[in-house]
Design a protein around this ligand. Sequence first.
Ligand code: 5GP
Ligand code: MN
Length: 338
Amino acid sequence: MKDQEIKEIKALLSAPKNIVITTHKNPDGDAIGSTLALHQYLSALGHNSVVITPNEYPNFLKWVPCEKSVIKYSNDTKKAILAIEKADLIFTLDFNHLSRTGEMENTLAKAETTFVMIDHHQQPDTYAKYTYSDINMCSTCQMIYHFIEKIGDVDKITPEIATCIYVGIMTDTGSFRFRSTTSTTHRVVADLIDRGADNTTIHERIYDTNTISRLRLKGIALNNLRVLPEFNTAYISISQQELDQNNFKKGDTEGFVNLGLSIDGVKFAVIFIENKGEGIIKISLRSKGDFSVNEFSRNHFEGGGHHNASGGKSNLSLSDTIEKFISILPDYKNVLNQ
Ligand code: 5GP
Ligand code: MN
């Protein structure tokens, strides 16, 4: 983001505004952390700010500071539409295309107001007047830190804001291990701890919240794990029936895709999760090294994301989706064997 743009945004924020902050469907730790951090910062500046998510998010995020104020478009559509219609400014965080907001897309597309995008996904769309996009950033939360820093307000980062930002950096970096984790990330995180983020407690609240049924579901995922050694690829599938039999709750399958990637030699891991309600198979893809799962899901599964972490979907049945997946792999044999 250019200095001139920061100047203009600063000018926009110099008088109280109605502000909507929104994020992608099925919000994750980075989506919830970044929206709530920005919300608390803007509220402290005197703005009337609300966070709207397209739908529900997992229970392990239901403690993040200010989380109770979030409006879920799917449950509270009228209230959400009203807030969007009267917004002077709309911040869209942690996504690169309005279609990532699902049912909210039309309402957002109709809003004739100023959009600000802050995001780290590849190939950002151009709907926003101000776009702060950096695909080298580990998380949108780190970008929120830099955004506040550019405005000259790091001292306004409260323990609650620091906690929100920490949540998104921690979850999007796989606890500071992915390649996107830089020395700057660690410096930002150190500053967040100094400003009151309680790192041990945050880890516990996000990661030590398993239910017995979630652990059983993980057992099923491991049982269904298949390895294709000739492609250094592993995949997992979970059917709707398996979800139902294990009291599935949103977020229960979070991170399961990484089980495949933890196998020695595996460079490409995928999970296929049947969603009968939406009539789709939701797909998560992860890779190590040069193989781009962003391209792979863009080309074959109506998705996208990052170089090493992406998502997509399929309208075929679970078994046909897997069959399609396996039939594509020979085209990538060389890059998967490098
Ligand atoms: P996850 O597998 O954790 O749902 O998503 C991994 C990454 O891919 C996230 O950064 C997410 O924003 C992106 N992603 C997930 N699903 C989709 C999708 O259907 N379309 C696009 N363009 N990106 C997705
Ligand atoms: Mn993110």
